[in-house]
Design a protein around this ligand. Sequence first.
Ligand code: EZ4
Ligand code: CO
Length: 405
Amino acid sequence: MTSRIEKVDVIVCSPSRNFVTIKVTTSDGLVGWGDATLNGRELAVASYLQDHVAPLLIGLDPDRIEDIWQFLYRGVYWRRGPVTMAAIGGVDLALWDVKGKSVNRPVYQLLGGAVREKILTYTHTVGWDIPALKDALDVNLARGFKALRVQSGVPGLDSVYGVTQGVGGYEPATRGAYPKLEMWDSGKYLRHVPKVIEAAREHVGPDIELLHDAHHRLTPIQAAQLGKSLEPFGLFWLEDVTPGENQEALKLIREHSTIPLAIGEVFNTIWDFKDLIINQQLDYVRCSVMHAGGISHARRIFDLAALYGIKFGPHGPSDISPITMSASLHVDLSTPNLGIQEFMGYDPLVSEVFHSSYTLKDGYLHPGDNPGLGVEFDEKAAAKFPYAPAYLPYARSLDGTVTDW
Ligand code: EZ4
Ligand code: CO
């Protein structure tokens, strides 16, 4: 007898930071877990799911993942955008988890099986100044990482995205009802960052991959200058140099630099990437597997990229839950054109709620062989950590103008 979706629950919890989790229960008694976290807009996605999606899912056949995806995307007149696509992506993840559990296989086996033994991974390395950065590089090298994202403070600025000044890991969102203001100046950044990357390269030697994220801050010509100035240091990629809305900008950067470009952690669909891919204006597709509509849709983007020799490097920050992290790993393990996987890591409280089967060894991740996605959500533990408003910062330039964070 065909299985049916019997129940859909949406749980928002905050073990150190907010996560939106979907629970799909089937008439066979299977439970699938999906992640639909959108940093700073968690309740919008939760309402989208609870009020508008959950009622539509009841009674559907959970095996029909693609048909449900089409129904939630094409079947709704108002399409695309981060809230919609996180919601659809979350449902997609939960349904893949159900399917894996229904046949007792890890999801990567259903995607064609492993095409590699392990997944090259990079993590964040931050130091407010260059000596602190060198210490942080040593710590991450000792942890076994073969690839490191390098970010530092900028003299004359009090705070910089991606960097903490005190102890403890970097977490971009801060709790409270109002986003924190950070001041920004691209000139100061551009004059300083080549020294940082040069020092990092000197420190780690030629065989460690280094990455850097400009976080949408630059104008096209500033980005071209940055690409040129960082070229001697052999970066694996330079990420999000300009805001994603103006895709023509990357053409200009290409004319001036051979630095590999990664973009798209805020993109949601294949349509956001289409022109960049077919015009070969990027080298790495950066979307998260959940924010780009889940495994079903993200894989289509990665396949399109493969036609052009473009690789993918899924977004893996602390603000997507371990369920998306694991979903990425199943895709990474089974899709030929993987470049690298981001792994920012989580606060220890997160593992009280999310019990994950993936492993990290010598700088490589593996999703493990548990059926489904391999992450179980502990509802009792989650209840101890209720939603707490938290927002990403926003930025103004030194004269007070709102600018891109
Ligand atoms: O700042 O996910 O490459 N990674 C990143 C992230 C983003 C956060 C924003 O919520 O740029 O750390
Ligand atoms: Co980024």
